[in-house]
Design a protein around this ligand. Structure first.
Ligand code: NAD
Length: 289
């Protein structure tokens, strides 16, 4: 059997960022500088890397970025006051609060406080509801990035058996909803699923987002399937890897995303696209609340 096509997320993301940059330039020329505000609380090293990458990408595409790095001991009230201030600031078009927050803070309350018009991570219940209904303007970045990859690679979804491993609010659940909206026949697997292999073997499109290295072995993949590995884990040597046994899966899958260089870059590109979209909507006076 032929080797799987390796889907180059970095390259697809670069193409997306080019069009984002053109949009940002146009908005700028018309007198609006698109602006993303990023809130980070505490000292989580992975969060710091993500926030830094988001900031650098903003700079590259001509989006102004504001970073609010709050100390570990920040209170819920202080955090909510900052969100309120950013909600009311017309020069800010997108707001995101980097997940996870320190344990004493209620992340859900913060996501709920972000104005739906500026909800570029798409975590607000109104935005989530629109994703369920299938008419959201702002889509959750990681699953939207996966859909964009499938589109780019010409992998059609209608009628396909899609299996999503993971049911988190950030990845698994919205991923399943978006595949469903695209007319896939969707199965969601999670930590209590019995006989995962029996289900994954049916998948024409397999999205892996459990965050467990080595969970998906080559014998769990249907020959020719598209395998999208969302997870970011570390292997024994500290190198980044996903859930899928990548090298072995290459001999079975039809197409596969690497980690790193797969879904990760797409997520940031979709965040930039959402920021431009929320900026455009605000300029035209469209209120998503
Ligand atoms: P999470 O821990 O919130 O969710 C993991 C999900 O996997 C849960 O729903 C759980 O039920 C399921 N699960 C756990 N063990 C399982 C098992 N043995 N079999 C089947 N399902 C099982 O994590 P998350 O926030 O959804 O993130 C998932 C992974 O994706 C993480 O590795 C995270 O780092 C990565 N991630 C990557 C990006 C990106 O841009 N590439 C973005 C967000 C998250």
């Amino acid at each position: 059997m032929a080797m799987a096509k390796i889907i180059d997320g970095k390259k697809i993301a670069e193409e997306l960022l080019k069009s984002v940059r053109a949009d940002a330039e146009k908005l700028n020329a018309e007198g609006t500088k698109p602006c993303l505000a990023v809130i980070i609380a505490g000292e989580n090293p992975a969060s710091k890397v993500y926030v830094r990458n988001k900031k650098l990408t903003c700079e590259r595409v001509g989006i102004r970025s504001l970073e609010f790095a709050l100390p570990e001991e920040t209170t819920q009230a202080e955090l909510l006051a900052l969100v309120e201030k950013l909600n009311n600031d017309p020069s800010v078009h997108g707001i995101l609060c980097q997940h996870p927050l320190p344990g004493h803070l209620d992340e859900r309350k913060v996501f709920d406080a972000i104005s739906p018009s500026k909800d570029v991570d798409a975590f607000h219940p109104i935005t989530v509801g629109r994703v369920v209904i299938g008419n959201a303007a702002l889509l959750p970045c990681t699953p939207a990035g996966v859909m964009e990859m499938l589109r780019h690679e010409g992998i059609s979804v209608p009628g396909k058996r899609c299996v999503v491993i993971g049911r988190s609010n950030i990845v698994g659940k919205p991923m399943a909803l978006m595949l469903l909206a695209a007319d896939g026949t969707v199965t969601v697997c999670h930590s209590k699923t019995v006989n995962l292999k029996e289900l994954t073997l049916q998948a024409d499109i397999l999205v892996c987002a459990a965050g467990i290295r080595g969970l998906v072995t080559a014998d769990m993949i249907k020959p020719g399937a598209a395998v999208i590995d969302v997870s970011i884990n570390r292997d024994g040597e500290g190198k980044l890897c996903g859930d899928v046994d990548f090298n072995a899966a290459l001999n079975v899958a039809g197409a596969i995303t690497p980690v790193p260089g797969g879904v990760g870059p797409m997520t940031i590109a979709m965040l930039m696209r959402n920021t431009i979209l929320s900026c455009k909507l605000q300029v035209t006076g469209c209120n998503l609340g």
